[in-house]
Every structure is written in structure tokens, then in C-alpha cells.
Design a protein around this ligand. Structure first.
Ligand code: C2O
Length: 648
């Protein structure tokens, strides 16, 4: 008795073998068999399941596995009586790799590339290759127990199909969490109760839903045909991946309570009107409710205001009025003045690329701030919300990301160059999710760009206007309630300020410590490629780039950046026109083979609006002050290799 692998270029269509959601748990008898024998290493055993016989288990799997893209190659693992496997592949190179790897064939190794960008969209990984993510303590940080997490996805129980958007989508109108009534909360509670009650062998259970997030952030999978990890954060994939993630999560909840209209709420943390948006929403705070998670920062329960750049972790003496002003400017700087897709959405990340490291302004703060602010300071790695591997175990995560998604849509309406990326590598990137039936589906980025096609809309709130129209003033012109107390020794005149200059190979990094001040030259020449795009001078953004910023991977840290304010320090308010933005690292585990301790990122801010408000018009040299609001100590070192300003 041996299992043979049939690879053929035609055969039964994957789509046709997929049944409609029958309401049964995704764990069929076969599924249970698989899962129960796969604890702790599901995927690799699953390979063997397809590759060799499983003695004593007659049926490895009842349905065909269709894991290959574009339906050009169908892979079927089926049990046959003592026959040699037939291999008959008629497809592209990548299909071949995937087909072969599913079959556990050695073909994969000879075709694997390492660290080479293909100039092609990111596609789903080979699900049969999954490694646990592990964490070690960064040098100098008090010893924490080494941890590994295994968040490999449950293998699909049916062929994976391309997800088709419904032609008449069910409307999901998402409301602010602070505005929903008791009936709504009860229904929400019920939906999560049912989701929590599903067995962990069901991909729709809350734990397995959270693992999807973990898997694609913490290095569980390599990119297809590459030894580089697949990562859905820190690049242009961040926004569309999370939009799809919420889409299916919402559909699963709706399915579980039998209410197709069920909609997630959004945590309206950007709303600085005093209406309950910028606190932890009450509906998630009832102990014993399915929406409750004990692993949250108990110092941040209502009525404590949330901070969108972790200001209160670095400076605990802030008044509510200052927190609100700071939050408004964090929103203004990260959404309004982020005037290009590269700035706001993050930069390009294509097939085979190494770990992405240029996230957008919305992701870098306030998104990360809310994660770190919500996670428990009593947990080693700020679990649950404060670490990507555990964040989505907390139902508040989905309300948080619902707001992130909403803000993306708001950004789209501001105008100018605030339009989504159009690069085919962006539009054609593909992800895998489980639908409301627990069946695995494949989706494309392009299909998520219009929320109305997904049936998703957001109830409008007036709070947006407060930050959309925020007018930060230069520090000299403000009368803030917080006084800047400069305790650090700062250079006396601009002549004494060094210029760090751009990064270059072999250049060593400079420690930020508590703060770092540097001169930076503004660009004088518009690059030809921008001229070729037909951009007028007034369309161009000036982007301040911090190159190769090194932060410990597993520690929350926060740098705030100011221009023309060399005296800025950790007590300087963020509400002023000199503040250009923040970068906040959310602790996350690394995958096998990754640098476990430090992470290198490129941090970018649009500064044209700041320059205008500060009255800096002529090309000249400005000062850049990087302040470590959280971190910047020996135990949480932060360093930077280069500073430059470029046109975009
Ligand atoms: Cu996937 Cu809020 O991060």
C-alpha cells in the first residue's frame, strides 16, 4: 500500500470539488485524523501523508489537494494500491516547484532561490514547509525565558480555490465601538463566544485565527521557492493583508451567529473629541465576557486616554490635554502629511525579497502604538496585543485593525497623490485565508482595494475632522501646558552639530542613546525618474529618511523625530510643527534563521508640510533630532546609520 502522487495538467477542476459551506465544522473525520496525528509538526507530517503511506490509516485524505496557482497544474494526493507514482507536470516553473514540494520531491531543492528578488508578486507559501518561530533575549536585556511558538496553519481539508467576491456583497457597516448599543454588544459577545468554543482543530476558532496572524508575521513560512521568510508587515502588503484578514474573520463571526449582516466594530482611537473613542472600549472590558482578555495593560483601563505614539510610557506626567494634542498631531503627521503611497502604505515587497523593512506611517505609529499600549506590561513580551504572535488572540485586535482599515480609506479620500500603489507586484500579490466554512481560499490584493466590493463600509464620525484639519504650530508659537525641560547637554550653535550623512556600506551605526542631533541637507535636484512621471514641483514630497535604524526585535521602543529643534528631548510635546512623526517597534518573534535580537528598518517621514509651517523655504540645511521616547538605553539600544532627505 503506497500513496502515489499524480500530477497532471488537467483533471477535475479544483473549484468544482469545493462544496458549499454546509455548516459542519471544518474538521471532517479525515481532518480530525490528520490533525490528531500531526500535533507539533502538522505540516511536515502532512508532507509525509502525501508522499508515503501512513501505515494503518487507510485514507490519508478524501479530497484532492489543489495548492497550485492559476489552476494550470492540479496536484492530487490519492491512495493507490502498490503503484508507482506518476509524475506529469505541465506548468510554469513556480507551479512545478509548488507541485513538487507538495509531493515532497527533491526537485524543490535544486530550484530554490535564496535572497533573490524575482520582480514578481508575493504568492502564498508552500504550506508543507512551516517552522516554529523562536525568541531569544536581546543582549543586555534582563533574561527572559526563551520561547518558541508554533503557529503553522492547519492544512486545508479541501482544494484551495481562488476566492470570488460575491457580485452583490452583503453589507457590513462597521460602527465605532463606543457607539453600539447593548443588543449589538450582546450579539458581538455571542459571536466570539462561539468562536472561542470551536475546537482548535477548526481553523475558524479564535486560537487558529490568531495563528494566521502569527504565521505571517513571525516567520513560520518561507516565501515560495526562497529561503527568505514571508512577512505581511513592514511593507505595502500590510494594509491589504489585514483588510482581507478582517473580511474573513467578520464573515466567520457572521456565519457562527447566523446573521449575515454582522459587522465588526472599530476602535475609534484617533477620535480626540471627548466621546469615548480614545479609551479602551467598554464593550471589551467586561470580565467574563468573550470579548475580554486579561492580558492587557491594567494601567490603561478607562478612563485612561490612549496615546498614539506611546508618549505616556516615556513620560508619565502628561496631562489629558497634552495627550489629546499629541494624538491629533500624530494622526495629522501619519495620515495627512504622508502624501504618497510609499510614505503612507509602505514600500514595495516582491517575491523572494528579504524581510521587508519599510513600513508606512500609519503602520509605524499609531498602529503599533495601540498594540504596545494595549498589551500587558506584566507579560514578558507584552502579550497579548503587544506582540504580533499573540495580538490576534485578543478580540480587541480586530476592532483595532478595523480602525486601521478605516483610516486607509480616509487617506484615500484626502486627494493629491494619496492613491493606492498601482505596481503589478502589489495588485497581484496573493494570500491564503479560511472562509466562513473553514475552507482555504486564495485572494488577490487588487480585489481588496475597493471596500464597497467587499461590502464593507464605516459609519462616519466627526472625530476625523479634528486631525484632518489639525494645525500644528512651531514650538516658539505655542503655549503648551507641558514645559520642555532640557536636561541633556545639547550643542550650543548649529556649527557644532555634526552631520551624520547618508548610510554607506561599511559605515558604522551611531547610537541614539537618549537623543541624536544631526544636520541634514535638503535636496536641490529633482531626480529624473520623478520628472519622467510628469510630477510638478508642487506635487513632490520631501522625505526625511532614517537609514538602517536598529532596534531590538522583542522590545517595544519608540523614537520621535523633530526638525529644527535641536533641544527636543523626551519631554518635548508631539503636538508641534517641528514633530515629523514616530517609529514604534512592536515586539515580534523571528523565524528560524533570522536575526533574533536586532531588527533594521528604514523610517521615512514626509516633511514638506512641516517645512512650510516652520517657514523654511529655501534649500538649506536643517537639523534632525531623533529622540528615544522609549528605549535608547543600554538594555534597549537604538542606533542609526544614515540620515538623508530626498524628493519623492
Ligand atoms: Cu498584523 Cu496590528 O498587526
Amino acid at each position: 500500500m503506497a500513496t502515489s502522487i499524480l500530477l497532471s495538467s488537467s483533471g477535475p477542476s479544483c473549484a468544482s470539488t469545493r462544496s458549499k459551506c454546509d455548516g459542519l465544522p471544518a474538521t471532517s473525520a479525515d481532518g480530525k485524523l490528520l490533525v490528531s496525528s500531526l500535533t507539533g509538526g502538522r505540516s511536515s507530517l502532512w508532507i509525509r501523508g502525501a508522499k508515503t503511506s501512513l501505515p494503518g490509516k487507510k485514507q490519508v485524505h478524501s479530497s484532492a489537494f489543489c495548492l497550485v496557482r492559476r489552476r494550470t497544474v492540479i496536484v492530487r494526493a490519492q491512495e493507490e494500491q502498490d503503484q508507482e507514482g506518476q509524475i506529469n507536470v505541465n506548468g510554469g516553473r513556480r507551479e512545478l516547484i509548488q507541485a513538487a514540494s507538495i509531493a515532497g520531491l527533491s526537485l524543490l531543492s535544486s530550484s530554490t532561490r535564496s535572497g533573490i528578488a524575482w520582480g514578481a508578486p508575493v504568492v502564498p507559501p508552500d504550506l508543507t514547509t512551516c517552522a516554529p518561530a523562536s525568541v531569544t533575549t536581546p543582549p543586555g536585556v534582563p533574561a527572559a525565558p526563551a520561547t518558541t511558538v508554533n503557529c503553522c496553519l492547519l492544512p486545508p481539508t479541501k482544494p484551495i480555490v481562488d476566492y470570488k467576491l460575491p457580485t452583490k456583497p452583503q453589507i457590513h457597516k462597521r460602527r465605532p465601538a463606543h457607539k453600539v448599543d447593548a443588543d449589538y454588544i450582546q450579539k458581538y459577545n455571542k459571536a466570539y463566544e462561539l468562536m472561542r468554543a470551536l475546537p482548535t482543530t477548526d481553523p475558524r476558532s479564535l486560537m487558529r485565527q490568531a495563528d494566521i496572524h502569527c504565521a505571517f508575521c513571525n516567520g513560520a513560512y518561507n516565501q515560495l521557492g526562497s529561503t527568505n521568510k514571508l512577512q505581511v508587515h513592514f511593507s505595502w502588503l500590510f494594509l491589504p493583508w489585514h483588510r482581507w484578514y478582517l473580511y474573513f474573520h467578520e464573515r466567520i463571526l457572521a456565519h457562527l451567529i447566523g446573521d449575515p449582516k454582522f459587522s465588526l466594530v472599530y476602535w475609534n482611537w484617533d477620535n480626540q473629541a471627548n466621546v469615548g473613542g480614545n479609551i479602551m472600549p467598554a464593550m471589551f472590558n467586561q470580565q467574563g465576557s468573550a470579548l475580554y482578555d486579561a492580558k492587557r495593560n491594567q494601567n490603561h483601563l478607562p478612563p485612561v486616554l490612549n496615546t498614539l505614539a506611546l508618549s505616556d510610557l516615556g513620560n508619565t506626567n502628561l496631562t489629558n490635554e497634552q495627550i489629546i494634542q499629541d494624538n491629533l498631531n500624530v494622526m495629522y503627521q501619519s495620515v495627512v502629511t504622508a502624501s504618497t503611497p510609499d510614505l503612507f502604505m509602505g514600500k514595495k515587497y516582491s517575491a523572494g525579497d528579504p524581510e521587508p523593512n519599510i513600513g508606512g506611517t500609519l503602520e509605524n505609529a499609531p498602529h503599533t502604538a495601540i498594540h504596545a499600549w494595549t498589551g500587558s506590561d506584566k507579560e514578558t513580551y507584552l502579550e497579548d496585543m503587544g506582540n504580533f504572535y499573540s495580538a490576534a488572540r485578543d478580540p480587541i485586535f480586530y476592532a483595532h485593525h478595523s480602525n486601521v482599515d478605516r483610516l486607509w480609506a480616509v487617506w484615500n479620500t484626502i486627494g493629491g497623490r494619496r492613491r493606492d500603489h498601482t505596481d503589478p507586484d502589489f495588485l497581484n500579490a496573493q494570500f491564503l485565508f479560511y472562509d466562513e466554512c473553514g475552507d482555504m481560499v486564495r485572494v488577490r490584493v487588487e480585489d481588496a482595494l475597493d471596500n464597497s466590493k467587499l461590502g464593507v463600509s464605516y459609519l462616519k464620525v466627526n472625530g476625523d475632522k479634528l486631525w484632518l484639519n489639525f494645525e500644528p504650530q512651531p514650538l516658539s508659537a505655542t503655549t503648551t501646558t507641558t514645559t520642555t525641560t532640557t536636561t541633556d547637554v545639547t550643542p550650543k550653535s548649529i556649527d557644532e552639530i555634526p552631520e551624520l550623512g547618508p548610510s554607506s556600506p561599511g559605515k558604522s551605526a551611531t547610537n541614539v542613546d537618549k537623543k541624536l542631533v544631526s544636520l541634514a541637507k535638503r535636496p536641490t535636484v529633482i531626480p529624473q525618474e520623478l520628472l519622467d512621471k510628469g510630477l510638478a514641483q508642487e506635487d513632490l514630497e520631501e522625505v526625511l529618511v532614517l537609514e538602517d535604524v536598529q532596534v531590538p526585535r522583542n522590545v517595544a521602543s519608540h523614537i520621535a523625530v523633530f526638525i529644527n529643534l535641536p533641544d527636543a528631548d523626551a519631554n518635548t510635546p508631539l503636538s508641534i510643527a517641528e514633530y515629523v512623526g514616530s517609529f514604534i517597534n512592536v515586539p515580534h518573534f523571528a523565524g528560524e534563521g533570522m536575526d533574533m535580537s536586532m531588527r533594521s528598518v528604514i523610517v521615512r517621514f514626509g516633511i514638506k508640510d512641516n517645512l512650510r509651517r516652520l517657514g523654511i523655504t529655501d534649500p538649506s540645511t536643517i537639523t534632525v533630532t531623533i529622540v528615544a521616547k522609549l528605549g535608547g538605553s543600554e538594555s534597549v539600544p537604538i542606533s542609526v546609520k544614515g540620515i538623508k532627505i530626498e524628493y519623492e
